[in-house]
Design a protein around this ligand. Structure first.
Ligand code: COI
Length: 357
C-alpha cells in the first residue's frame, strides 16, 4: 500500500458518476502517498494577503532554489482527515482548529497565514475536488495536508518576500505498520526533539526532519517509534515523533502539559474532552518517565495515528509491557471507539466537532 500509485480509470467516467470511489485497493491502504486529482494553491506577496487560490492538477510545483523554505526551513504543515459516511456525505473533523494552529505557527515562523475562513474553505474545495479518493466507509480516510511555505527568494537570512499555501490529499489507512495492534516505543535520552524557547510547539517542517535519525535507529532495532524526554531534566515525557502520549493509571489519564516544547495536538485536545465526558480524571502536567513503570496502559494520539495503543516501552535497556503486549487496553479501546465514531459520523456530534460536506 506504500509508494506512489495512480488509478487507471478515466477521469471523465469518474466525474460523470461523482458518487463513485476511485479504483484503488481499498483493503490494503497504509500511510503512503497516493496521487489524487487536484491540489489547492494560493500565494501571498508583500501585502500579507493571500490570493483567492485555485484548484490545479496534483503535481510538482516550481520553487526558486533561493526560496526561504528550501534554504532556511521557513515552512509549516498541518494534517486533518475526511471520512466518508454510508450516505456518501463527507465529514471533516475540527478543521478550524488546524487553521488556528497554522496561524499560531505562522506567527512564530514570521509568515503570513490564511484566515480561518480561507483555510477551511480551501480544505472543503480540495476534498470535494478529490471526493472519489475518500475511502469507502470503514476502509480509511482522506488525509489532508495543508502546507505553508516561504516560496520567495532570499539569500541573507530573512523572512521570504512571498508565501505559498498548498493543500494536497491522499487516501490513508493505518499509520503504523502494526495497524491497530499495540506499538513498541523506545525512550530516547540522547537526542531531543525540542528545547525551551524553540519551535517544538509549532508544526514547522524542521521539527520532523530532526527526529528522523533517532526514528531510523529505533526502527532498525525493531521499535515502532521514539518517545522523547524533555531536554532540560531528561526526565519528563514529551511526545513521540509524530504523536502525543497519554498514560493511564486507574481512572486517571495523564498527559504532558503543553508548555512550549510539545505539539498541541487536536486529537490530544479532543481525547481529553472525550475522556472527561466519560468521567475519567484527566491531568495535564509534567509526567515523569518513571510513571511508565506504574501505568496500566499507555497510548498515543494524533491525526495520523488516531489513538494508538502502546504495547511496550523500552527505557535504559528495560522493557515495560502493557496489556501483555497482545491485547489493546480497555481505556485506549474505549477512547478510540468514542473518538472515531464521532469522526465517522456514527455517534451524535454533541460537541459540534464535525463539518459535513
Ligand atoms: C499528523 O498526525 O497529522 C501529523 O502531522 C504527523 C505526521 C508526522 C504524519
Amino acid at each position: 500500500a506504500r509508494g506512489m500509485r495512480r488509478c487507471e480509470a478515466s477521469l471523465a467516467s469518474d466525474y460523470t458518476k461523482a458518487s463513485e470511489v476511485a479504483d484503488l485497493d481499498w483493503e490494503n491502504l497504509g500511510f503512503g502517498i497516493v496521487q489524487t486529482d487536484s491540489m489547492y494553491i494560493a500565494k501571498c506577496g508583500q501585502d500579507g494577503k493571500f490570493s483567492d487560490g485555485e484548484l490545479v492538477p496534483f503535481g510538482p510545483i516550481a520553487l526558486n532554489p533561493s526560496s526561504g523554505v528550501l534554504n532556511y526551513g521557513q515552512g509549516l504543515f498541518e494534517g486533518l482527515k475526511a471520512y466518508r459516511k454510508t450516505d456518501d456525505s463527507i465529514l471533516l473533523f475540527r478543521p478550524e482548529e488546524n487553521a488556528l494552529r497554522m496561524r499560531t505557527g505562522a506567527e512564530r515562523m514570521c509568515m503570513p497565514a490564511p484566515t480561518v475562513e480561507q483555510f477551511v474553505d480551501a480544505v472543503k474545495q480540495t476534498v470535494l475536488a478529490n471526493k472519489r479518493w475518500v475511502p469507502p466507509t470503514g476502509k480509511g480516510s482522506l488525509y489532508i495536508r495543508p502546507l505553508l511555505m516561504g516560496s520567495g527568494a532570499v539569500l541573507g537570512l530573512a523572512p521570504a518576500p512571498e508565501y505559498t499555501f498548498i493543500i494536497f490529499v491522499s487516501p490513508v489507512g493505518n499509520y503504523f505498520k502494526e495497524g491497530l495492534a499495540p506499538i513498541n516505543l523506545i525512550v530516547e535520552d540522547r537526542f531531543h526533539r525540542a528545547t525551551p524557547g524553540g519551535t517544538g510547539s509549532v508544526k514547522t517542517i524542521g521539527n520532523y526532519a530532526s527526529v528522523l535519525m533517532a526514528q531510523k535507529i529505533a526502527k532498525e532495532k525493531g521499535y515502532s517509534d521514539v518517545l522523547y524526554l524533555d531536554a532540560v531534566h531528561k526526565k519528563y515525557l514529551e511526545e513521540v515523533s509524530s504523536c502525543n502520549i497519554f498514560v493511564v493509571k486507574g481512572n486517571v489519564i495523564s498527559t504532558p502539559a503543553v508548555r512550549g516544547t510539545i505539539l498541541p495536538g487536536i486529537t490530544r485536545k479532543s481525547i481529553i474532552d472525550v475522556a472527561l465526558s466519560k468521567d475519567f480524571q484527566v491531568e495535564e502536567r509534567l509526567v515523569s518517565v518513571d510513571e511508565l513503570l506504574e501505568a496500566d496502559e499507555v497510548f498515543c494520539t494524533g491525526t495520523a495515528v488516531v489513538v494508538s495503543p502502546v504495547g511496550s516501552i523500552t527505557y535504559q535497556g528495560k522493557r515495560i509491557e502493557y496489556a501483555g503486549n497482545r491485547g489493546v487496553g480497555v481505556v485506549s479501546r474505549q477512547l478510540y471507539t468514542s473518538l472515531t465514531s464521532l469522526q465517522m459520523g456514527q455517534a451524535e456530534d454533541w460537541l459540534g466537532w464535525t463539518v459535513q460536506l
